[in-house]
Design a protein around this ligand. Structure first.
Ligand code: 5AD
Ligand code: FES
Length: 350
């Protein structure tokens, strides 16, 4: 049984200094749910002081599941011969945007594997076409590692934001999650480049990924302090049956919520999504994520015909639902906990 006064003291100190020590992290991560309540409440207070009861929505368009990479955890890795590959055409993507715009989305997130078909020119074409048609919308790219020059072109074409999870800030841990040809240093360099160019940048990691430890998590938090990203995407690792990590244990709801709260305290104004993966491991995962300090949800806008194919992990939710169903489902879910979805661009208040 942890000493409640001690926990309060730790949480208040983290709140006041926006910093955490490794020892404090270890204590907070080992608390049971009841003892962690003060942390959750504090994180929620901070979240509400910056964003009120608003929840930002982003329309996620998973436009290709071809990928040249072979990340050990990921269901669309190139070695997965069972993955049913697809890519959306420019026209398909524009149709998603049109549906999304009508549903009130003012941010489109284009996510995909590192697909050779979608080279620099084709990505720029997609971005420009969306930019011309929707000048009032934010365009977010989430398409992996590119040379700085390519990122610059994407930015010039009209993209505003870029999501690239760093996955882990510990290079040894990184090497255990990725094939040899992928480089931790390059990942970090990409994030620095993106920030320098002027993108609103999101980094992030999976909670409970194989070989993760308090040490690696502490490094993740330090990296977040250093990079000062606009957004941090975290969700539980969930094993995918056709990957080398098939039998590995998934991350937990509690651990993910704990980390969401801690990130909210050390980086109060950050955009913090309550992810689909969190909704996958618990029926009320996304609601709980918002109540623990999250302020963004990212419903899927991809056509139902391809949803199941973007299977980064097993049992992913919403694979049979239409865009409008997800949109209104999330609205109701947020209202059920006293929050409301807002339909503007939802820029970070950094
Ligand atoms: N479980 C949870 N998240 C995963 N991702 C990839 N594979 C998995 C998995 N098995 C996450 C990675 C990637 C993001 C697009 O999805 O963190 O950056
Ligand atoms: Fe492409 Fe994981 S294999 S992101």
């Amino acid at each position: 049984m942890a000493d409640i006064d001690k926990i309060k003291e730790i949480v208040d100190r983290i709140h006041d200094t926006q910093n955490i020590t490794k020892e404090e992290l270890e204590i907070l991560l080992s608390l049971n749910e009841e003892d962690a309540e003060y942390l959750t409440t504090k994180a929620r207070e901070v979240r509400e002081s910056v964003y009120g009861k608003d929840v930002y929505i982003r329309g996620l368009i998973e436009f290709t599941n071809y990928c040249k990479n072979d990340c050990l955890y990921c269901g669309i890795r190139r070695s997965n011969k069972n993955a049913d590959r697809y890519r959306l055409s420019l026209e398909d993507i524009m149709n998603c945007c049109e549906t999304g715009y009508e549903l009130g989305f003012r941010t489109f997130v284009l996510q995909g594997g590192e697909d050779a078909y979608y080279n620099e020119d084709r990505v720029c074409e997609v971005v420009k076409t969306i930019r011309d048609k929707y000048p009032d919308c934010a365009i977010t790219l989430s398409i992996g590692e590119w040379p700085k020059e390519s990122y610059e072109k994407f930015y010039k074409a009209g993209a505003n934001r870029y999501l690239l999870r760093h996955e882990t800030a510990d290079s040894c841990h990184y090497a255990k999650l990725h094939p040899e040809e992928m480089s931790f240093d390059n990942r970090i360099q990409c994030l620095k480049d993106l920030k320098e160019i002027g993108f609103q940048v999101g980094c992030g990691f999976m909670v409970g990924s194989p070989y993760q430890s308090v040490d690696t998590l502490f490094k993740d938090l330090q990296w977040i302090k250093e990079l000062q990203p606009h957004m941090v995407g975290i969700g539980p690792f969930i094993s995918q049956q056709d990957t080398p990590f098939a039998g590995k244990e998934s991350g937990t709801l509690e651990m993910t919520l704990r980390l969401l709260s801690i990130i909210r305290l050390i980086h109060p104004r950050v955009l913090l999504p309550s992810t689909t993966a969190l909704g996958t491991i618990h029926p009320l995962g996304r609601e709980k994520g918002i109540l623990a300090g999250g302020n963004v949800v990212m419903p899927n806008l991809s056509p139902t015909s391809v949803r199941k194919k973007y299977a980064l992990y097993d049992n992913k939710i919403c694979t049979g639902d239409e865009a409008a169903e997800c949109r209104y489902c999330l609205q109701e879910r947020m209202e059920s906990i006293g929050y409301h979805v807002v339909t503007d661009r939802g820029d970070s208040k950094l």
